[in-house]
Design a protein around this ligand. Structure first.
Ligand code: SF4
Length: 234
Protein backbone atom coordinates (compact mmCIF):
# COMPACT_ATOMS: atom_id res chain seq x y z
CA UNK A 1 0.00 0.00 0.00
CA UNK A 2 1.41 3.41 -0.98
CA UNK A 3 1.72 6.13 1.65
CA UNK A 4 -0.40 9.17 0.76
CA UNK A 5 1.45 12.50 0.60
CA UNK A 6 1.15 14.97 3.49
CA UNK A 7 -2.07 16.82 4.24
CA UNK A 8 -3.60 18.30 1.06
CA UNK A 9 -3.77 22.08 0.79
CA UNK A 10 -1.44 23.83 -1.62
CA UNK A 11 0.41 20.69 -2.68
CA UNK A 12 -2.79 18.90 -3.72
CA UNK A 13 -4.03 22.06 -5.42
CA UNK A 14 -0.89 22.30 -7.55
CA UNK A 15 -0.83 18.59 -8.31
CA UNK A 16 -4.50 18.34 -9.29
CA UNK A 17 -5.28 21.86 -10.54
CA UNK A 18 -8.12 22.28 -8.03
CA UNK A 19 -10.44 25.28 -7.62
CA UNK A 20 -9.58 27.91 -5.03
CA UNK A 21 -11.53 27.64 -1.77
CA UNK A 22 -11.45 30.19 1.04
CA UNK A 23 -9.81 29.50 4.38
CA UNK A 24 -13.24 29.78 6.01
CA UNK A 25 -14.59 27.10 3.68
CA UNK A 26 -11.63 24.81 4.43
CA UNK A 27 -12.08 25.37 8.19
CA UNK A 28 -15.78 24.58 7.95
CA UNK A 29 -15.02 21.44 5.91
CA UNK A 30 -12.61 20.34 8.59
CA UNK A 31 -15.35 20.68 11.22
CA UNK A 32 -17.71 18.62 9.05
CA UNK A 33 -15.04 15.94 8.65
CA UNK A 34 -14.41 15.84 12.40
CA UNK A 35 -18.12 15.59 13.23
CA UNK A 36 -18.69 12.79 10.71
CA UNK A 37 -15.61 10.87 11.92
CA UNK A 38 -16.91 11.07 15.46
CA UNK A 39 -20.38 9.91 14.41
CA UNK A 40 -19.22 7.12 12.10
CA UNK A 41 -15.89 5.82 13.45
CA UNK A 42 -16.32 2.57 11.53
CA UNK A 43 -17.24 4.12 8.15
CA UNK A 44 -15.97 1.81 5.43
CA UNK A 45 -16.69 0.43 1.99
CA UNK A 46 -19.86 -1.66 2.32
CA UNK A 47 -19.14 -3.87 -0.69
CA UNK A 48 -17.82 -7.26 0.42
CA UNK A 49 -14.52 -8.22 -1.21
CA UNK A 50 -11.34 -9.92 -0.07
CA UNK A 51 -8.95 -8.90 -2.87
CA UNK A 52 -8.47 -6.02 -5.33
CA UNK A 53 -10.02 -7.98 -8.21
CA UNK A 54 -13.07 -8.91 -6.10
CA UNK A 55 -13.50 -5.26 -5.16
CA UNK A 56 -13.22 -4.24 -8.81
CA UNK A 57 -15.85 -6.84 -9.78
CA UNK A 58 -18.20 -5.78 -6.95
CA UNK A 59 -17.81 -2.11 -7.84
CA UNK A 60 -18.55 -2.70 -11.53
CA UNK A 61 -21.67 -4.58 -10.42
CA UNK A 62 -22.73 -1.79 -8.06
CA UNK A 63 -23.68 0.68 -10.81
CA UNK A 64 -27.42 1.34 -10.50
CA UNK A 65 -27.62 -1.39 -7.83
CA UNK A 66 -27.52 -1.42 -4.04
CA UNK A 67 -24.49 -2.68 -2.12
CA UNK A 68 -26.84 -5.12 -0.35
CA UNK A 69 -27.95 -6.55 -3.69
CA UNK A 70 -24.36 -6.82 -4.93
CA UNK A 71 -23.27 -8.51 -1.69
CA UNK A 72 -25.99 -11.12 -2.19
CA UNK A 73 -24.78 -11.91 -5.71
CA UNK A 74 -21.00 -11.89 -5.23
CA UNK A 75 -20.42 -14.94 -2.97
CA UNK A 76 -21.67 -17.28 -5.73
CA UNK A 77 -19.85 -15.30 -8.42
CA UNK A 78 -16.54 -15.24 -6.53
CA UNK A 79 -16.82 -18.99 -5.91
CA UNK A 80 -17.46 -19.74 -9.59
CA UNK A 81 -14.69 -17.36 -10.76
CA UNK A 82 -11.98 -17.22 -8.10
CA UNK A 83 -9.37 -15.38 -10.22
CA UNK A 84 -9.31 -12.93 -13.15
CA UNK A 85 -8.12 -15.81 -15.36
CA UNK A 86 -11.30 -17.75 -14.59
CA UNK A 87 -13.42 -14.89 -15.98
CA UNK A 88 -11.09 -14.64 -18.99
CA UNK A 89 -11.44 -18.34 -19.75
CA UNK A 90 -15.24 -18.10 -19.50
CA UNK A 91 -17.72 -16.22 -21.69
CA UNK A 92 -20.05 -13.40 -20.72
CA UNK A 93 -22.91 -15.92 -20.99
CA UNK A 94 -21.21 -18.06 -18.31
CA UNK A 95 -21.14 -15.04 -15.96
CA UNK A 96 -24.74 -13.94 -16.56
CA UNK A 97 -26.56 -16.45 -14.31
CA UNK A 98 -24.54 -15.22 -11.31
CA UNK A 99 -25.50 -11.55 -11.71
CA UNK A 100 -29.04 -11.83 -13.05
CA UNK A 101 -30.51 -10.34 -9.88
CA UNK A 102 -28.80 -7.01 -10.67
CA UNK A 103 -29.76 -4.22 -13.07
CA UNK A 104 -28.06 -4.28 -16.46
CA UNK A 105 -26.80 -7.82 -15.81
CA UNK A 106 -26.16 -8.57 -19.47
CA UNK A 107 -23.98 -5.53 -19.96
CA UNK A 108 -22.27 -6.00 -16.60
CA UNK A 109 -21.42 -9.60 -17.53
CA UNK A 110 -19.76 -8.36 -20.71
CA UNK A 111 -17.85 -5.71 -18.80
CA UNK A 112 -16.70 -8.14 -16.11
CA UNK A 113 -15.49 -10.53 -18.76
CA UNK A 114 -13.70 -7.74 -20.66
CA UNK A 115 -12.18 -6.15 -17.55
CA UNK A 116 -10.95 -9.40 -16.03
CA UNK A 117 -9.56 -10.54 -19.40
CA UNK A 118 -7.48 -7.36 -19.60
CA UNK A 119 -6.39 -7.74 -15.96
CA UNK A 120 -5.28 -11.31 -16.71
CA UNK A 121 -3.66 -10.65 -20.09
CA UNK A 122 -2.24 -7.15 -19.76
CA UNK A 123 -1.51 -6.97 -16.03
CA UNK A 124 -0.53 -10.54 -15.18
CA UNK A 125 -3.65 -11.11 -13.09
CA UNK A 126 -3.08 -8.12 -10.79
CA UNK A 127 -5.54 -5.22 -10.80
CA UNK A 128 -3.58 -2.16 -11.94
CA UNK A 129 -3.13 0.56 -9.33
CA UNK A 130 -3.21 3.65 -11.54
CA UNK A 131 -6.12 5.76 -12.73
CA UNK A 132 -5.28 5.54 -16.48
CA UNK A 133 -4.85 1.74 -16.39
CA UNK A 134 -8.12 1.29 -14.50
CA UNK A 135 -10.02 3.65 -16.83
CA UNK A 136 -8.85 1.50 -19.76
CA UNK A 137 -10.86 -1.46 -18.40
CA UNK A 138 -14.42 -2.01 -19.70
CA UNK A 139 -17.11 -0.86 -17.27
CA UNK A 140 -14.67 1.27 -15.25
CA UNK A 141 -15.27 5.02 -14.98
CA UNK A 142 -13.68 7.43 -12.55
CA UNK A 143 -15.96 6.56 -9.62
CA UNK A 144 -15.15 2.84 -9.85
CA UNK A 145 -11.44 3.57 -10.25
CA UNK A 146 -11.51 5.81 -7.16
CA UNK A 147 -13.23 3.07 -5.13
CA UNK A 148 -10.58 0.53 -6.10
CA UNK A 149 -7.58 2.84 -5.69
CA UNK A 150 -8.75 4.16 -2.32
CA UNK A 151 -9.98 0.94 -0.76
CA UNK A 152 -7.80 -1.77 -2.29
CA UNK A 153 -4.54 0.19 -2.55
CA UNK A 154 -4.83 3.09 -0.08
CA UNK A 155 -4.22 5.58 -2.91
CA UNK A 156 -6.12 8.87 -2.59
CA UNK A 157 -6.21 10.19 -6.12
CA UNK A 158 -9.79 11.51 -6.00
CA UNK A 159 -13.08 11.36 -4.13
CA UNK A 160 -15.83 8.86 -4.93
CA UNK A 161 -18.91 10.89 -5.83
CA UNK A 162 -22.05 8.80 -5.80
CA UNK A 163 -25.64 9.90 -5.29
CA UNK A 164 -25.22 10.25 -1.48
CA UNK A 165 -21.96 12.18 -1.76
CA UNK A 166 -23.53 14.49 -4.35
CA UNK A 167 -26.65 15.15 -2.26
CA UNK A 168 -24.95 15.68 1.10
CA UNK A 169 -22.14 17.78 -0.40
CA UNK A 170 -24.69 20.11 -1.92
CA UNK A 171 -26.83 20.27 1.21
CA UNK A 172 -23.83 20.84 3.48
CA UNK A 173 -22.73 23.72 1.24
CA UNK A 174 -19.50 22.00 0.17
CA UNK A 175 -20.25 22.53 -3.52
CA UNK A 176 -22.67 24.38 -5.75
CA UNK A 177 -22.12 21.95 -8.59
CA UNK A 178 -24.52 19.20 -9.58
CA UNK A 179 -22.26 17.30 -11.99
CA UNK A 180 -20.19 14.65 -10.11
CA UNK A 181 -17.20 15.52 -12.33
CA UNK A 182 -17.29 19.06 -10.92
CA UNK A 183 -18.25 18.11 -7.36
CA UNK A 184 -15.16 15.92 -7.05
CA UNK A 185 -12.54 18.70 -7.47
CA UNK A 186 -14.56 20.95 -5.14
CA UNK A 187 -14.28 18.30 -2.41
CA UNK A 188 -10.62 17.60 -3.18
CA UNK A 189 -9.88 21.30 -2.72
CA UNK A 190 -11.62 21.42 0.67
CA UNK A 191 -10.39 18.26 2.38
CA UNK A 192 -6.87 16.97 3.12
CA UNK A 193 -5.75 14.40 0.57
CA UNK A 194 -5.27 11.54 3.09
CA UNK A 195 -8.96 11.87 4.02
CA UNK A 196 -10.44 11.62 0.50
CA UNK A 197 -11.30 7.91 0.57
CA UNK A 198 -12.66 8.09 4.11
CA UNK A 199 -14.62 11.26 3.28
CA UNK A 200 -16.73 9.45 0.71
CA UNK A 201 -17.46 6.63 3.19
CA UNK A 202 -18.49 9.17 5.83
CA UNK A 203 -20.80 11.05 3.47
CA UNK A 204 -22.28 7.76 2.23
CA UNK A 205 -22.81 6.54 5.81
CA UNK A 206 -24.60 9.79 6.67
CA UNK A 207 -26.59 9.59 3.45
CA UNK A 208 -27.70 6.04 4.17
CA UNK A 209 -28.31 6.34 7.88
CA UNK A 210 -29.57 9.89 8.44
CA UNK A 211 -30.42 11.43 5.08
CA UNK A 212 -32.52 8.93 3.22
CA UNK A 213 -33.73 10.38 -0.05
CA UNK A 214 -37.28 10.21 1.31
CA UNK A 215 -38.25 10.82 4.93
CA UNK A 216 -35.04 12.63 5.81
CA UNK A 217 -34.58 13.21 9.55
CA UNK A 218 -33.89 16.88 8.92
CA UNK A 219 -34.68 18.47 12.25
CA UNK A 220 -33.65 15.58 14.50
CA UNK A 221 -29.97 15.09 13.71
CA UNK A 222 -27.25 17.16 15.42
CA UNK A 223 -24.87 17.05 12.43
CA UNK A 224 -27.69 17.98 10.06
CA UNK A 225 -28.77 20.88 12.26
CA UNK A 226 -25.22 22.15 12.39
CA UNK A 227 -24.25 21.87 8.74
CA UNK A 228 -27.21 21.28 6.43
CA UNK A 229 -29.12 24.07 4.74
CA UNK A 230 -32.24 21.90 4.76
CA UNK A 231 -32.27 21.56 8.54
CA UNK A 232 -31.56 25.21 9.10
CA UNK A 233 -34.48 26.26 6.92
CA UNK A 234 -36.95 23.95 8.73
S1 SF4 B 1 -30.78 17.95 7.24
FE1 SF4 B 1 -32.10 16.62 6.10
S2 SF4 B 1 -31.48 16.93 3.99
FE2 SF4 B 1 -29.84 17.70 5.26
S3 SF4 B 1 -28.41 16.01 5.45
FE3 SF4 B 1 -29.76 15.96 7.19
S4 SF4 B 1 -31.40 14.56 6.66
FE4 SF4 B 1 -30.34 15.18 4.79
Amino acid sequence: MKTPPPVGGPRSKREFDLPERSEDDVRRASKILAALRKRYPDAHCELNASSPHELLVATILSAQATDVGVNKATPGLFKAFPTPKDYAHATPADIEPHVKTLNFWRNKSKNLHGAMTLVADRHGGDVPATMPDLLALPGVARKTANVVLGNAFGINIGVVVDTHVSRISQRFGLTRETDPKKIEPDLMALFPRPSWCLLSHLLIFHGRRACKARGATCTEDAICRRFCSNARSD
